[in-house]
Design a protein around this ligand. Sequence first.
Ligand code: C2O
Length: 625
Amino acid sequence: MASFATSSTFTAIPATTATTTTTTKRLPNSPLFSTSHQRSKKIHRNFKVSCNIADNNEKRLESENLTLLERHNLDRRNLLLGLGAGGLYTTVNLPAALAAPITTPDISTCKASVDGFFNLKDRVRTNACCPPLPPPTVKSVKKHVLPKCEPVRLRPAAHRVTPEYLDKYQRAMAAMRALPDEDPHSFVQQAKIHCAYCNGGYFQEGYPNKELQVHNCWLFFPFHRWYLYFFERILGKLIDDPTFGLPYWNWDNPSGMSMPAFFEGKILDPNTRELNPAFDAFRNVEHLPPAILDIDFNNAASADFTCVQQIGSNLSLMYKQMITNSPNSATFFGGEYKAGDDPISLQNSKGPIESGVHTAAHIWVGNPRMPNNEDMGNFYSSGWDPLFYTHHANVDRMWKIWKDLKGPEYPDHTEPTDPDWLDASYVFYDENKELVRVYNKDCVQMENLHYEYEPSPLPWLKSRPIGRNKNSNVVPKSFGNVKKVEETKFPVKLDKIVKVLVKRPTINRSKEDKKKAYELLYVNDIKLDGEKFVKFDVFVNDVDDGTPCSPLDSEFAGSFSQLAHYHGNKMLMSSGVTFGLNELLDDIQAESDEYILVTLVPRTGCEDVTVGVIKVELVPSTASG
Ligand code: C2O
C-alpha cells in the first residue's frame, strides 16, 4: 500500500518570503556535509510543496550534480514557469476515502517553524527544528535493515548504574554534545527530532495540508521506541561500544522515583571543571533529588502527602494506568490516527500511560519559571533535556511489561493489528548517518531491535486501590440536581466541576461477562488550547462525604492531561481519554447500579476546555470473541 514510501525521491521546497535565521555553523570536518551543501544563511522553508521533479529534470539534476538547495531553487523556477504545477502531489496523493498508514515524508520537505528562537538566559531553544539535509548524492530514503548477529544492549535502571556504566554514559553523551550542531548525530539535532515530529515540522506524505503528529494517538509508543533506538545506537557508536544501552528512569519502583542522581549537578569534577553532559539548566529546582515524582502532578501544588503516601499514590496510579485503564490495544496504545486525519481534531482517546505518568513526569521536571516550562514541560523543548531519553526509556519499558503480562486476566495485551498502524513509518538518520525509513511493524518485537531492560520489581502490580464507599449506591443519594447525560447540553465547559449521571449498557455483570467485554467510560471530544498544560481528574461515584478522593481510592478513575505544544498562538485541538470500569465497579461494589455518577474535576488550564462526549460502552475482548 505504501510503496511510494520506500522510494520517495527528494522533493523540492520553493523559497518564499518568510525566512528563518539560523545558527548554522560550518562543519569543516563533517564527513557527511560538504560546505557546498550547507544550508545558506537564510533558509526558506516554511512553504512546503511536495513536487516530484519530472523525469528529464531529474536526469539533468543528477548530471549536474546539483545540491538539494539548488534543486529547490531550480524547482521553484519550474513552479513559477508553471512547469511543475501539473505534477504537484500526483504521485503520492491517496484517495481520502481509503485509509492508509501515516507516512513521514522525506526530510527535505520539513518545514521549519517561523516562530524561531527563544533566548533563554543565553541558551538557545528553537522550534525551527528541521534536520540537516543529506548529501546531494542521496536521492531516496532507504528502508532500515534490522541488526542481525549483534550483542544485546542492556538498558540499566538509572538509579543503580555501576560506576563503569556511568563512565560510558558520560563519555558517550559528552561526545554527542561535542559534535557540531549541524551534524545529524549532534545532541542539538537529536533534540530537534522531537520538535519536528511534534510541532508541525512534517506533513503527511500524500496530504500536504495535514500535519504529522506522533502524540495523542497510537503512534506514541512506536515513534518513541524508534527515536530512542537510534539515539542509543549513535551514543554506542560514539564510544565504539556496540553493547551500550540507555539508562531508564525507573519511576514505577519506589527506589527509582526521584530524578536519577547523575542528572544533577552542572560540573562533574571541580578540579577539571569538566561539565556533566547529563545536566540541563532548565529543570524545576524544587524537584531535584530527593523529591519524589508525583505521577498525579498537576503543575500546581502536589497533594500534601508524606513520602509513604506519595509512593502509595504513584503505585496506585501505575496500576490504574497499566491494568485498569489498559485492558486492550485500543486503550493502551491510544486512538487511531490514519493518513489524512488532522491530528488536532482527533477526538478519540490517547493511552493512559501517555496521558498519565508520561505527561506528569514531563511537567514535573520542566522549569515552571521558564516561559514555556522548558525544557521537559513543553513538547518543542523536551528533547533538549538528556533526562527526556531516560524518561522515555521507561515509557518504552512499560510497553514491553504490558505486553508480557500474560494470563487469563490479560487476554488482550497485544499490539494493534491494523495495517494502518503496522505500516506507519518515520524517517531517521541512523548511526551511520544514513537516512532510513522505519515502520511500526518492525519494532513490535523488541528482541529484534537487540536491546532489553534490566529487570526491576513491579510493586504496582499489587497496588489495586481500595474502594472508599463500599455498597454506596450513590446514585439515589446524589441524584439531587445532577443531570443525566441525555439531559445535559454538550459540549460542557470545564471551568468548574462537572457531574453527570451515565447509564450503563447492562448491570450485574458476572466474572464471565467481564472476561468477554470491557466496560469503558469515554470522555471524548475534549476541546482544549494545545498551547497550555491541561489536566482534569475523573471520579466515578465519588460522593461528597468530606474526605477528598485521591489516587489511592478506587473512585479515582484517572486523569486527562496534555503537555503544551509551543505553536506561537492559540491552537484549538481535540482529544479524549478512556477509563476501565470492570474492576472499578467491583471495587466500589456498584456492579448492580444502573447509573454511575461521573465527576470531572478541573485541575490546571481547564478554563476554556469543553467536553463533547461522556459515555459508557461495552467493548468485546478480541481474545474471547
Ligand atoms: Cu514525544 Cu514525552 O513526548
